[in-house]
Structures are given as C-alpha cells and as structure tokens.
Design a protein around this ligand. Structure first.
Ligand SMILES: Nc1ncnc2c1ncn2[C@@H]1O[C@H](COP(=O)(O)OP(=O)(O)O)[C@@H](O)[C@H]1O
Ligand SMILES: [Mg+2]
Length: 728
C-alpha cells in the first residue's frame, strides 16, 4: 500500500493547477474527445489547448450547495399506545424547540438547525462522535429522506434541488461496501460503467474510463483481484472502499456524498481514500463526507469542517480556524495536540457537564457572525444551476447524458443512461459471471434434485397397474410435484443477498427495476430446464409412467412449468420478507398448504366451501392435475380388473376361489357380467374419482406457467413498493 502512495505522491506537478490534476486521470470529456488508445499521462505531451483555457480562467465557483436550518426529528415512542399516537401530532412543533436529545413528547431531534455550504473543488467534512448525527446530516443533504420529514432548505446555486435532478447529478457512497464478492475490481468497475455510461460511448472508451478510474483510485495492482468476502480471500479493506467509491463516481458526478469513507481503515488506507476524494473534488465536484476521527494528515486535506454534537453545530469553518475558535472560547488548544482530537474530547467533556454543549453552540453562532463581518466573503458571480450544469457537462462531467440541451435543467440529463434491453443484457451477463464463479450453488441444487429423483425412482420402482399401484402412482405424483417447489427455495437467499446492492444501484438509477426482474427471470431459466430434464429423466421410466416419448415430453414440460412457478413464487417471497430464516419458514408453510389443498389429500368437492379458494390458488393443483391427466387420460388403460376389486377392502385376505364366487354373486345381483378379467376402473374413471375434470391437460400447463409470470409481476411490485432506500 505504501508503495502505491509513494507512486502517486511522486506524480510531478500534481497540485499545480486543476488542469494538471485532471491530466493525471483524464476526465470523461477528454476520453470522449480522444480517439481511443490509452489515456495520456501528465508530462507526456503538450496538454490539449482547451486545458489552458480552463486553468487560466478565473475561478468562478460554478457550484455552491447551501443548506440552512436543517431540522430532523424522529418519534421514539416505544409503545404504540393511543396517547403516544395522539402525541405524534405535537412532534411538529416539538422539533422546533432548541432541545437536543429525547424530549417529553417522545420525539428525538437528530438534526437541529444545521446550516452551512459546500463548494466544488472542496471537501466538506462532517465531524463528530458516533451518534452525533453525521450520517443523518449526509442523508438529509443527499436527499435520502422521505419528503416532508426534513425541515429546512437545501439549494444548489440558489435553486431548490429536485429529487430527480439530485439523483442524476449526485452520488452517495454508503458506509458499507456492497459489492459482489466474486467479481474482480476491474469487472466491478466495468459493470458500473456499462450501467451508468451512455451507450453512445463506445466500448473502448468505457474501458478507458475504467482504466483511468482505476489509476485515479490507486487500484492498478488490485485490478485483477476478486473483491472477496468472509469465505474468499480478496482485496484489502482500503481497496474495497475505493472500489465502492469508484462505482459511484464512474459517471463523474457533480456532488459526491460519503458516509464515513475512512472508518475501519488503517491510517494509510484512510489517507489514500481522502487523497482520492481530494482529486475528485479538484476535478470540479463538491465532496461531502462524514468522518469519525481524522488523522492529522487527513485534516490537512479537508477544506471545511462541521462539528456536530447531538445534532447541533458546535463549529463550522476551515480546519485552520479551529485553534483560534477554541482560544476565543477560552480554551486554547495545546500546541502539540491533534486539533480534531482535542475538539472532540472537549465536546465530549461538555456533553457530560451539566450545561451541555449549549454554551459552545451559542458561541459558535456569535463567532460565525463576527467572522462574517470581519472578512465578508467576496461576492462571487454565481452561474444559474442550468448554466453551471451545462458548463460542467461540456467539460466532461456527468457523462450519463447531456445530449439534449432543452430549457429545464432536469431534462438535460436522462434518468437512465441506457435502454432497458441493454440493461437486461448487462445484468444477465453479470449474474452469469457471478454464478459461474460459484458453481457450488448450482451443484447443491442439482444434488438435491438427483437425490430426490433417485429416492423416488427406487421407492416407486416400476409401479404395476393394480389398485395398489394406482394409489402409489397418485402418491408419487403428489410428492414429485411438490418436491419441485421445495427445491426452488434456493432462490430465496439469492435476492436477499443482492437486495442491498440492488437498492444502491436502483437508488442511483443504474438500471430500471423491471430490467432487473426480467434479467432475473431469464438467467434462471437455463438452470431450470436442465434440472427439469434431469428430474424427469430419472423418474419417468423408472417409475413406469405411461405415454412413451410424447408422455415424457409433456411430463418434462409440466415439471419445468412447476419449477418456473415455484422459483417465481420464492423470488416474490424474497422481495417481501426481510430475513432468510423467515423466508424459509413462510415458504415451507405455504408450500405445505399448497400440497394439502392440491386435491391429493382431499378431493375438491370435499373441501369446505370457505377453504375452496385455497384449492384454486394452490400451485401444486395445476401441475398435479396435468401429470394425472397425462398418465390416466386413456379409456383403454385398466387399473382394477375382476377380483382386484377386493384389493383395497378387508376382503383382500379371502382366498381367490371365494373372491371369484363373491364376484359372481355381485354380478348376478347387479345383473351384469363381471368376470375376473373385466375392467372395473379405467384411467378416465380415476380422473373422475380424483375430481380432475374441470381443466384440460394443456390448460393445467398454461395456468402453471401463468402463475410463474404472475409472481414475477408481484416481485416487481414488491421491489417498487419496498426497498425505498430512504429514511422516513
Ligand atoms: N430511527 C431512529 N430512531 C431513533 N433514534 C435514531 C434513529 N435513527 C438514528 N437515531 C439516533 O440518531 C443519532 C444520530 O445518528 P447518526 O446520524 O447515525 O449518527 P452518526 O452517524 O454520527 O454516528 C444516534 O444517536 C442514533 O441513535
Ligand atoms: Mg454514522
């Protein structure tokens, strides 16, 4: 790691000008203009002329993010009693009271009138002990709170920020690294580029952008290493964090929010991360991050600080101002002390004292106003938001669009960089890559099918055409059809694992939700076909099912359809349940009910009327009836012949001669002639007895397939409604 630092630090003229910085890793604008090949390195060649223009131009501050009086409170009433619900009405004005922590009405103020500003080219850091409200403030600014719950204003260049525009021009890097463990660093960034860079950018240019980013993030050495997780060795924590940042900044956003990007990293890795962030800021972005406790070296990279204590600002300004601030307050900093350490410890002490941090909060307010009168900020010629964005885009920022320059600033950049077919292709490719790196998952599924198939094949080996064989046949079908559903529950953890990645990616408009649903369905199908074929082949001939080749093909189709319906059902469940264990419990219970109401255990005319609806929604009913018809739909096939009539009665023990006599007397009583070879029950009779009369064989198949589509659609709605990725 340290060698990487040295390498980067030794890049000549790195801090000379913004143009020089951007030469270090070419901006998207440069990539777009260049005609393929590798990015040029600083000093290699004369910089292109337009760079001189940018560096000579006076600094015009194209972007100023201004926020004032941000207030946010939550209800912490633990018991949902009627009084506590009524009290919710009051929480509105309780939030306005300058009171920190929990108050009498059960609201907790997490942010209390926070104001400040951030400019492009600078890093604004939010500091504070844990629990002081840093993440809350970053969420508030990044528009990650539900409308209405946050009070105060956030403006960019004086204009209120619309949620849609914010989504397009900003990026938010979560505190946790949500990455696919089996993809390499480069693959991860390439997929991010495929999603977020427009299709108009050629493949080679996307590749160039990824390579430039890898260099900018200092990840050259780790590019071919997999991300890794608990079970697999992968890149280091600092590298992983930089990959997380990389996927969010692949499109070169104007505003970048990061929640504790340095936490959990050693000081060198942390410094590397902030150094990278400085480079991003200097390329013309606003960078806002929360940081728990910056080291001395990191502090040197920060341009503005906001110090929070229990949701209130106790200091805001440049890190250089910290010593004078505290000495003005009457507590000068010792010379050789770490400034932030001193400040945080001091605030912590105040929090424990009787008066709390109130005095410091008040002092900060007066200090701010005197500072403002002492050196008023030179009025800067701010551009309008639209002009600034256009200017930025023409310099290569925000590459996700900017093709249509019409009137409103929101329509300048499209919501999604790519059409949905392209998204489906990329998503499917990624999911294939992931599964090919983890073949054991499919292996387990195949193993389950093999074992179940072999057990069934041996238990129901070559069933005969007798009344007992008939019963066993029915049992085999009921069990086989529900087994297909049970073996689908593997789909459950897949989405639960991916959910947070999905939430992050859809929150940043990487792709449409329905692209994800379609791609999930498409990538599932090849495995389902293979598993169905294996299961059908193992069981069909060994059990002795009828119908020959066409019977087998239909049997295979029914199994495939029920696999499809089952995996759709489980996928839908994974969209609504929060935990794997809960998901399994629900899935197993519901599948058991499906089996109970399938018509095998109880005929549908015997099911109580108030339960009959369950019979019709039972996913097992339709494939079960389909295979029954496939097997028994033959008037010439006989299952009970002559004296076999007694096989399922207590008279089965009687000697054969007696049975023949009994049959004769039954015949004479009924006035028919039933000899010992007369067929008493044909396949059609069995279907009738089982109540399988209402749907034709193909309708059963189509309905099963339709259930699959229905649950996929429900899955889509569950993604739409849940997984909002915002605070309430
Ligand atoms: N939904 C909530 N209900 C009650 N308290 C909350 C809720 N969300 C956050 N908090 C509290 O708000 C405070 C600030 O949280 P946070 O912004 O995550 O702090 P930080 O990021 O500085 O560690 C913490 O004390 C936390 O416990
Ligand atoms: Mg936090």
């Amino acid at each position: 790691m340290s060698s990487v630092v040295a390498e980067r630090d030794s890049v000549p003229n790195m801090k000379l000008s913004r143009a020089a910085t951007s030469c270090e890793s070419p901006s998207l604008g440069q990539i777009r203009q260049s005609d393929g090949g590798m990015p040029k390195v600083a000093g290699d060649e004369q910089p292109p002329p337009d760079h001189h223009v940018i560096s000579i131009e006076p600094r015009r501050l194209p972007f100023v993010l201004y926020f004032s009086n941000l207030t946010y409170s939550v209800n912490v009433s633990r018991k949902m009693t009627l009084p506590s619900l009524l009290r919710r009405q009051h929480s509105l004005h309780a939030a306005e009271r300058p009171l920190s922590g929990e108050n009498a009405t059960g609201t907790k103020i997490l942010l209390n009138e926070i104001s400040g500003e951030a400019r492009d080219g600078e890093i604004l850091a939010v500091l504070g002990a844990s629990g002081s409200g840093k993440s809350t403030l970053i969420d508030a600014l990044a528009n990650r709170m539900a409308q209405g719950s946050l009070k105060g204003t956030v403006t960019l260049n004086g204009e209120a920020l619309e949620s849609r525009l914010m989504k397009v021009i900003s990026a938010y890097v979560m505190q946790d690294d949500l990455l696919f463990p089996m993809l390499t660093v480069e693959e991860t960034l390439v997929f991010a580029a495929e999603f977020r860079l427009p299709r108009t950018l050629s493949k080679s240019k996307k590749k160039m952008r990824v390579h430039a980013l890898i260099d900018q993030l200092g990840l050259r050495k780790a590019a071919k290493t997999v991300i890794g997780d608990e079970g697999h060795r992968g890149v280091s924590g600092g590298e992983r964090r930089r990959v997380s940042i990389g996927i969010d900044i692949i499109h070169d956003p104007i505003i970048l929010f990061l929640d504790e990007p340095t936490s959990g990293l050693d000081s060198t890795s942390a410094f590397m991360v902030v150094k990278v962030l400085q480079g991003i800021a200097q390329s013309g972005s606003i960078v806002m991050m929360s940081v728990h406790q910056p080291t001395y070296r990191i502090l040197g990279l920060l341009d503005r600080l906001i110090l929070l204590s229990r949701g209130q600002t106790v200091f805001s300004g440049s890190p250089m101002d910290l010593p004078s601030f505290f000495s003005d307050f009457g507590h000068p900093m010792p010379e050789n002390e770490n400034k932030t350490e001193f400040a945080l410890d001091f605030i912590h002490e105040l929090e424990g004292s009787s008066g709390g941090t109130k005095s410091l909060v008040e002092f900060n307010k007066t200090w701010q106003s005197t500072k403002r009168t002492r050196n008023p900020e030179t009025p800067t010629q701010n551009l309008s938001l639209k002009e600034s964005i256009t200017a930025s885009v023409s310099r290569g920022k925000l590459v996700s669009g900017a093709t249509n320059n019409d009137a409103s600033s929101t329509s300048m950049v499209p919501d999604f960089a790519n059409p949905f077919l392209f998204e489906i292709a990329v998503l499917s490719k990624r999911s294939m890559t992931n599964s090919s790196r983890m073949p054991e998952l499919f292996g387990v599924q195949l193993g389950a099918i093999l074992v179940t198939g072999l057990i069934l094949a041996t238990v129901f080996w070559r069933l005969d055409h007798s009344p007992r064989g008939l019963q066993e046949r029915l049992g085999f079908f009921a069990f086989a059809m529900s087994t297909t559903y049970y073996t689908c529950s593997e789909a459950l953890p897949v989405f639960l694992q991916e959910r947070y990645i999905f939430m992050r990616e859809t929150a940043q408009n990487s792709y449409r939700r329905y692209s994800y649903v379609v791609s999930r369905s498409l990538t599932a199908i090849p495995a389902l076909i293979f598993l169905s074929a294996v299961f059908a082949a193992i069981t069909f001939w060994s059990v002795g099912l009828s119908g020959g080749v066409s019977g087998f093909l239909f049997y295979f189709l029914v199994i495939l359809a029920s696999f499809w319906a089952g995996s759709s059902f489980v996928t839908f469940l994974s969209g609504v349940v929060p935990h794997v264990m809960l998901g399994y419990t629900i899935a197993v219970a519901i599948l058991a009910y499906f089996l109970l109401f399938s018509g095998f255990f109880i005929n549908h005319d015997r099911i109580p009327l108030y339960w009959i609806w369950f019979h019709y929604i039972s996913l097992v009913k339709y494939p079960y009836e389909a295979v029954l018809q496939n097997e028994f739909n033959d008037p010439n096939k006989c299952f009970v012949r002559g004296i076999q009539i007694f096989d399922t009665t207590p008279l089965v023990e009687v000697p054969v001669a007696l049975k023949v006599k009994l049959l004769e007397s039954i015949s004479s009583t009924l006035g028919t002639n039933i000899s010992s070879t007369t067929c008493v029950t044909t396949g059609i009779d069995i279907l009738q007895k089982q109540g399988v009369t209402d749907l034709s064989i193909w309708n059963c198949l189509w309905i099963t397939v339709a259930w699959g589509f229905f649950f996929r659609i429900l899955f889509y709605f569950s993604l739409l409604l849940g997984n909002k990725n915002k605070r309430s």
